[in-house]
Design a protein around this ligand. Structure first.
Ligand SMILES: Nc1ncnc2c1ncn2[C@@H]1O[C@H](COP(=O)(O)OP(=O)(O)OP(=O)(O)O)[C@@H](O)[C@H]1O
Ligand SMILES: [Mg+2]
Length: 342
């Protein structure tokens, strides 16, 4: 205890939004200091794998690496898919924040998806501990998203948030500082990208990679019919001839491709609303639903949900930063957070 206090005096507590797509780190008093893709580039060596790059630099290598270099996304569907690489990534970010003063062992708040199993929670804790953390606290993503979006989570009234990330979509109804109803489904941005890859393959016989699919989604993607259709030129490989080809993809194509995964989000939303106690539901009718996460930036997703459940739906300010902001704010109340069970 005493030692922990002394160490604490020298260390800077960190908050990490360890996302499937992006990792954001914030420091007390400074806000978000790191915002990079959750990607690690590895050079496979005879004896040991060597980390070549982390973050944006590594993401730029995806799909473009020579044989002995691989770009890995260690988080899948919101959980750790590759333990060692996740640890390397956390270690790298801790070092970066603390200017490589490797003696510092911070306390860390990490945001995790709602409903992780005990084993999955432990894996997150252990990777942060091996990466140099002194103590690890977890906060669930819908709660962090709601705090970061500025919702009155502590009040005795219902607030509702939908966080559409890369790996998971998290839906939560919050009141009096706790999650009253929540649900996490493994349908989010990555699934959207996959659906676009499959659709283009089927309709145009064109093989594209997931990065291209993500670019299409961001540039012309939509959840609803648009007044003016958007178009984009897309390069890929013809599945039958094997030749390179350029085609025009439209926003209607993308809407069609995303129909199924977006429908899944809608079903989950309806389920959560069904489970919401009537008084809190009344608050939500009044205050509406707030969208966070990168998926909130998809054109018309707010209108899609709003039409589906006949409730007001708003996109949070800077939705990509909401969870990290909320996790950062939780640093101020670190002692109230649940420590990870042994
Ligand atoms: N303008 C946009 N339109 C649609 N999708 C977008 C847009 N910008 C980013 N995205 C998507 O948002 C996702 C990343 O969002 P975010 O950073 O919130 O996820 P994450 O926190 O890393 O994932 P998770 O919370 O599931 O672990 C990616 O799938 C990305 O393609
Ligand atoms: Mg997230």
């Amino acid at each position: 205890m005493f030692l922990s206090k002394i160490l604490g005096f020298f260390s800077n507590d960190l908050a990490i939004d360890l996302g499937t797509a992006n990792t954001l780190v914030s420091v007390k008093g400074k806000g978000i200091v790191i915002n990079e893709p959750s990607v690690v580039a590895i050079k496979a060596d005879k004896h040991k794998n060597r980390v070549l790059a982390v973050g944006k630099e590594a993401k730029d290598m995806i799909g473009k690496t020579p044989k002995d270099i691989i770009a890995i996304r260690p988080m899948k569907n919101g959980v750790i898919a590759d333990f060692d690489i996740t640890e390397e990534m956390i270690r790298y970010f801790i070092k970066k924040v603390h200017n490589r003063k490797s003696l510092i062992h911070p306390r860390i708040v990490i945001c995790v998806p709602y409903g992780l199993t005990q084993v999955e929670r432990k894996a997150v804790k252990e990777s942060a501990m091996s990466a140099g953390a002194r103590e690890v606290f977890l906060i669930e993503e819908p709660m962090a998203a709601a705090i970061g979006a500025g919702l009155p989570v502590k009040d005795p009234q219902g607030s509702m948030v939908i966080d559409i990330g890369g790996g998971t979509t998290e839906i939560g109804v919050i009141s009096l500082g706790g999650l009253v109803v929540s649900k996490s489904i493994r349908t989010a941005g990555d699934k959207f990208d996959k659906s676009i890859v499959d659709y283009i393959n089927k309709k145009y016989n064109l093989v594209i990679g997931e990065r291209t699919a993500e670019e299409i989604k961001i540039e012309i993607g939509t959840a609803i019919q648009l007044d003016k259709e958007l178009k984009m030129l897309v390069k890929g490989k013809n599945r039958i001839t094997g030749l390179l080809e350029t085609i025009t993809v439209t926003s209607e194509d993308v809407r069609e491709a995303l129909k199924e995964p977006i429908k899944e989000l809608g079903e989950a939303l309806k389920e959560v609303l069904e489970q919401t106690p009537p008084d809190l539901a009344g608050d939500i009718v009044e205050n509406g639903i707030v969208l966070t996460g990168g998926g909130a930036l998809l054109r018309g997703i707010d209108k899609y949900f709003s039409d589906l459940v006949s409730l007001p739906v708003f996109v949070a300010e800077e939705p990509l930063l909401a969870v990290a902001r909320g996790t950062g704010m939780a640093l101020d109340q670190i002692d109230l957070l649940s420590n990870v069970e042994e």
